[in-house]
Design a protein around this ligand. Structure first.
Ligand SMILES: [Zn+2]
Length: 355
């Protein structure tokens, strides 16, 4: 199968999050046909090759896609080639990365490697469900990871996390006409004071990710137009940097605000890997880049625990989750070449006795 044929068949196999069964079947058959032993749990696949007992490197990307948005020309599930450009749902995010990792794995498995490669192609990345987190403990120890997402082959060594806070302002209800006399507290007014405080909050800039403001993304309060509201609820979405602690941030919001603050979601942890780590240096060398960059979007890296990782892959993050998403054949081929080079580069950088 040529690289173009592989990408075409992946894009032509629908795989919305939670419905990756058919693409997992297809990829499992392909891997098995190349002589690898395929492991599977739900719609997650993994296989290993190389020299066991030493350094192990994880290559990971995701099989699922978001549902098509509006604005597609033609059927998003039907891959269409225009010259060297393949258009179809998931072509960019992240089936190009999946194809590139598979092509690299097939090539590398013919070489004498000094370490072992673990390839994991996983499900439900877009929903954060039954994906990489559910199989991580079955992969065994790994000493580095490359997460395949469209970064234009830039080496992301820092990735933002997501802290979602639910804030509840409480007051007392009463007839609007009597509000002043009763001295009731308007919960929406209270929330508004807090929102003004939140908008003024600054957080330290991260060297690769820059600065970030907290955003109020949803608000609800009030039952009737003539009743002082006794409750107003709103959500804060703060995209965090690797040096920020979610619990400490939640406590800081609680200290500064009048409303009651509870953590709604903290599982998308921010991630960062030192530029001096072998996985960053190996990725920079393989990609031919001078230095790492930061990435504002989260990915399965958030679920990799303490494994030193970078996020790198062919394609463009700005094409993800947009209509007429595409990948070009030169991008795919450069991606496959990158993964094929990062593996031996990483193994070569290991201290001989380190395992
Ligand atoms: Zn993705």
């Amino acid at each position: 199968m040529t690289p173009a044929e592989l990408l075409t068949v992946l894009v032509g196999t629908p795989s919305l999050s939670g419905e990756e069964g058919p693409i997992a079947d297809l990829v499992a058959d392909l891997i098995a046909s190349k002589g690898f032993q395929v492991h599977r749990q739900d719609h997650n696949l993994w296989f290993t090759f190389g020299k066991s007992g030493g350094t192990r490197l994880l290559l990971n990307s995701h099989l699922d896609t978001v549902p098509p948005c509006s604005g597609w020309e033609g059927d998003p599930f039907q891959p269409v080639w225009n010259g060297t450009r393949l258009q179809g749902l998931g072509a960019n995010d992240a089936k190009g990365c999946v194809a590139a990792i598979l092509l690299a794995a097939f090539e590398l498995s013919e070489q004498a490697l000094t370490g072992e490669v673990v390839v994991a192609l996983t499900a439900e990345e877009e929903t954060g469900g039954h994906g990489i987190a559910t199989i991580l403990d079955q992969l065994g120890p790994v000493h580095g990871a490359v997460v395949g997402e469209p970064t234009g082959l830039r080496v992301c060594a820092a990735q933002r996390g997501m802290l979602l806070l639910k804030c509840t302002a409480r007051g007392q209800s009463g007839h609007v006409a009597n509000a002043q006399m009763l001295g009731v507290e308007n919960a929406i007014h209270k929330a508004a004071r807090d929102i003004t405080r939140i908008a003024a909050m600054d957080f330290p800039a991260h060297p690769l990710l820059g600065s970030q403001k907290a955003q109020i993304t949803q608000i609800q309060g009030g039952l009737w137009r003539n009743q002082v509201p006794d409750a107003c609820e709103f959500f804060i979405d703060l995209r965090t940097a690797p040096d920020q602690d979610h619990q400490a941030l939640a406590a800081e919001f609680q200290r500064k605000l009048e409303c009651e603050v509870t953590i709604h979601s903290t599982r998308y942890l921010p991630k960062g890997t030192e530029a001096s780590h072998a996985i960053v240096r190996a990725a920079l060398q393989a990609a031919g880049k001078a230095g790492p960059v930061g990435s504002g979007t989260t990915s399965d890296w958030a679920f990799l625990g303490d494994i030193p990782a970078v996020k790198v892959g062919p394609g463009d993050t700005f094409r993800s989750h947009t209509p007429n998403e595409y990948l070009t054949l030169p991008e795919l081929e450069a991606g496959a070449a990158f993964y094929a080079q990062v593996v031996p580069a990483f193994f070569a950088m290991q201290v001989p006795h380190e395992a």
